[in-house]
Design a protein around this ligand. Structure first.
Ligand SMILES: CC(C)(COP(=O)(O)OP(=O)(O)OC[C@H]1O[C@@H](n2cnc3c(N)ncnc32)[C@H](O)[C@@H]1OP(=O)(O)O)[C@@H](O)C(=O)NCCC(=O)NCCS
Length: 228
């Protein structure tokens, strides 16, 4: 049903609707509220004391982002826009990293090959509960995927988070980002229900419920395949 409405609205836009922006906003709102894969899912790892060692990733290395550097901001935008199919600008970087409404971002870092910035990830704490850490905006250039580098970026962040005295780490995502969910599960994260400090999802109750079931199923699948 929802898909039919979205298809209809797309057709209206393509045929030159008098209010294309309004129609586009309606599609975005419908997607945000009803589509199961847009529902927020939450996951948590309790104890950061016993993390796996960081593997050697030569010739890659990690470099901290300089938040005042225009070239670093542009590199971050390039990586995130490609990975998440967005067209964000500097304002979006500021509202997602420097002044995120729910997280206080502590560190943003890049994965570097030679002089090229090929991946990024951030760590922070929840503004409403600074004893809980959070991973944020993990992104890797397409051509470097599938070699364990995404997992490295995340694991590096967990190692860094230990230095900030957090009791646990959480992540927030959607079912659309399966690779990232699998990586988190592989690093000891488990599905959790939303708490007051988490980002509240816009999605309607039914979509949230379906998403939760699929999310738990995905977790069980990852555990089963890990045990084989
Ligand atoms: C998420 C992302 C960084 C992953 O990078 P990557 O380098 O390809 O991932 P890795 O190679 O490190 O994968 C690590 C682990 O995940 C597992 N994995 C990845 N995709 C999987 C899948 N579809 N099914 C099962 N396992 C999967 C791998 O088996 C591997 O586990 P192992 O090391 O225990 O074998 C990359 O896909 C990306 O940039 N995606 C777009 C942005 C995004 O989704 N960001 C996260 C938003 S929350």
């Amino acid at each position: 049903m929802l898909r039919a409405i979205i298809r209809f609205a797309r057709n209206v836009i393509n045929r030159g609707c008098a209010f294309p922006r309004t129609a586009r906003r309606c599609i975005e709102m419908a997607k945000a509220r009803c589509v199961v894969s847009a529902a927020c899912v939450y996951f948590r790892r309790e104890n950061l004391a016993q993390l796996p060692e960081l593997p050697d990733i030569e010739p890659f290395r990690i470099a901290n982002m300089d938040l005042n550097s225009e070239s670093h901001t542009q590199a971050w935008l390039r990586l995130v826009n490609r990975a998440f199919f967005r067209q964000w600008s500097t304002e979006d970087f500021i509202s997602s990293i420097s002044y995120h409404p729910n997280y206080r971002v502590l560190e943003t870092y890049f994965l570097v090959l030679g002089s090229e910035l090929v991946g990024t990830c951030s760590i922070g704490v929840f503004r409403m509960n600074p004893t809980v850490g959070v991973t944020h905006y993990l992104a890797l250039q397409n051509e470097f995927r599938g070699q364990g580098l995404g997992k490295y970026l995340l694991l590096y962040g967990l190692h860094r988070l230990r230095k900030y005295d957090v009791c646990a780490c959480e992540g927030e995502s959607t079912l659309a980002h399966k690779e990232s969910l699998f990586i988190h599960f592989g690093l000891g994260f488990r599905p959790k229900r939303s708490q007051p400090w988490n980002t509240q999802t816009l999605t309607v109750w039914l979509s949230r419920r379906v998403a939760w079931r699929r999310f738990v199923r995905l977790y069980e699948m990852s555990r089963e395949s890990g045990q084989k």
